[in-house]
Write a protein that binds this ligand. Structure first.
Ligand code: SAH
Ligand code: MG
Length: 215
């Protein structure tokens, strides 16, 4: 498996990505950027899980350099663990009615990064958006809901939309259950049975290449 090398991201974009609220360590963000740079020359990129735009800056920077586009899908109401009272709730991210709303934060991150022409936010439920999706994708990044149902739905809905040799990135893959929840690891393992091969790994980020039809 490849080890991600040292790619250089525009320092002002790196600063915006590292300071945005979110769940992507800097080294994993750079590994994501590096993978996306290779993919983006072949077609558009899509991520599930925009949150406040952190990963979208890494992916969007690659889209811009390659003359491509990132589609970033999120209902912006937060995952289970982001809800009030849960482990990853952030009280800054609630609207007047007390509901999680990350859309204003996402917008402001992307505009501050000057990436609005290359990053298109899509507000809605991931499997519903996928149902209407016809454009072949060069890369899909799965970082949405972490329940088994959500991770499986994202895998099944989006991997068929990848072009041949397209890249699938999955976040929060923890081979050791002591480090975190199982569903992202489970879809990663499922991907390796026939349809994908490993490309690179960095922290909990895995990048795979599509080499067959999705089962
Ligand atoms: N990529 C982000 C983190 C994403 S957190 C970063 O770099 O920081 C996970 C996000 O997935 C949350 O914002 C949540 O609202 C979204 N999400 C969870 N389930 C979803 C679904 N079924 N459809 C769309 N978005 C979903
Ligand atoms: Mg994540």
């Amino acid at each position: 498996m490849e080890r991600p090398g040292l790619v250089t991201l525009d320092p002002s974009l790196l600063e915006i990505a590292t300071s945005a609220k979110g769940f992507m360590p800097d080294d994993e963000g750079l590994a994501l950027y590096e993978a996306a740079l290779k993919a983006a020359t072949r077609g558009p990129l899509l991520e599930i899980g925009s949150y406040c735009g952190k990963s979208a800056v890494y992916l969007g920077a690659a889209a811009k350099e390659a003359g491509s586009t990132l589609y970033s899908v999120d209902h912006h109401r937060g995952s289970e663990e982001n809800q009030p009272g849960q482990e990853y709730h952030d009280p800054d991210l609630v609207d007047e009615e007390g509901r999680v709303d990350t859309l204003p934060w996402f917008r402001s991150t992307i505009e501050e990064a000057g990436l609005a022409n290359w990053v298109i936010g899509i507000v809605g439920s991931s499997p519903k958006v996928a149902r209407a999706w016809a454009t072949p994708l060069s890369m899909v990044f799965i970082d949405g809901g972490h329940s088994s149902a959500a991770a499986t739905a994202d895998y099944e809905a989006w991997t068929p939309k990848l072009m041949s040799e397209g890249l699938l990135a999955i976040h929060d893959v923890f081979p050791d259950p002591a480090d975190g929840g199982r569903p992202p690891f489970e879809i990663y393992q499922r991907a390796l049975v026939g349809a994908f091969e490993d490309v690179s790994a960095c922290g909990s980020l895995r990048v795979l290449r599509k080499i067959g039809e999705v089962a």
